[in-house]
Design a protein. Structure first.
Length: 236
């Protein structure tokens, strides 16, 4: 699977008209594009003119025979993100390099969608879950300012390489991060660290903790995310 062939399920605009905006869902480790495309009908209730796309990550998952991964997590330990993640240790460095490797495929995919629909980047938004949030932040903040997404929504994720972001950031789209307080896969401290790092580089960031929620997306979080993406891609 190459940058030119990255693909996955999609959902056409609910109003039956040509798409006026595009939402790209980025799935988590061990899942695939089918995992998040199920959110499309719910988001479409507020965004009936949006097309929804959910690409499969470029690599087969090393730990799940039917799933995909954006990069390896063999060395991942949730405790790494409970500590100060501002300095990359070997495992986080490996994750950062994995995101770097996967970035060109996602970049090309986003460019292809903009060309396909004849839309400008201010009508494109990214919504990630877990490892997909890591990719949304990694790629979205490094796209050229004139190609950057209008907004980034991240559930249960983390910011990789916060110490490098100041030198590498090219765009400052608004970001919303939502995280469950009972998440044991990606601990909620990762959201706090991401919020601090994003504010340092001037990215508008809004965070929400979902009480007692484990690693997942609840209805309230989905509603908040939907309103956020809608507000940043309104026609006008």
């Amino acid at each position: 699977m190459t940058a030119a062939t990255l693909s996955g399920p999609s959902h056409a605009p609910a109003n039956g008209a040509p798409a006026r905006r595009v939402v790209v869902f980025l799935h988590g480790y061990g899942a695939d594009g089918n995992d998040l495309i199920g959110l499309a009908p719910f988001f479409a209730q507020a965004m009936p003119d949006a097309a929804f796309h959910s690409p499969h990550a470029p690599e087969p998952c090393e730990m799940a025979p039917m799933g995909r991964q954006w990069f390896s997590l063999r060395a991942y330990d949730p405790n790494m993100l409970r500590r100060d993640p501002s300095t990359l240790g070997p495992a986080l460095e490996q994750m950062f390099q994995g995101a770097e490797k996967a970035a060109p495929a996602l970049d090309a995919y986003l460019d292809g969608l903009l060309e396909q629909y004849g839309l400008t980047p201010d009508k494109l938004v990214l919504a990630g879950f877990s490892q997909g949030t890591m990719m949304a932040l990694h790629v979205g903040l490094r796209r050229a300012a004139d190609r950057a997404p209008a907004a980034i929504l991240g559930y249960s994720g983390a910011l990789l390489g916060p110490d490098r972001l100041g030198d590498e950031i090219k765009a400052q789209p608004p970001v919303m991060l939502i995280h469950g307080t009972a998440d044991e896969v990606v601990p909620p401290q990762a959201m706090d660290a991401a919020q601090e790092a994003l504010r340092v580089v001037g990215v508008p960031v809004e965070t929400h903790r979902r009480p007692n929620l484990p690693h997942g997306i609840d209805e309230e979080g989905a509603s908040m995310g939907r309103a956020f993406l809608d507000s940043h891609t309104k026609a006008g």
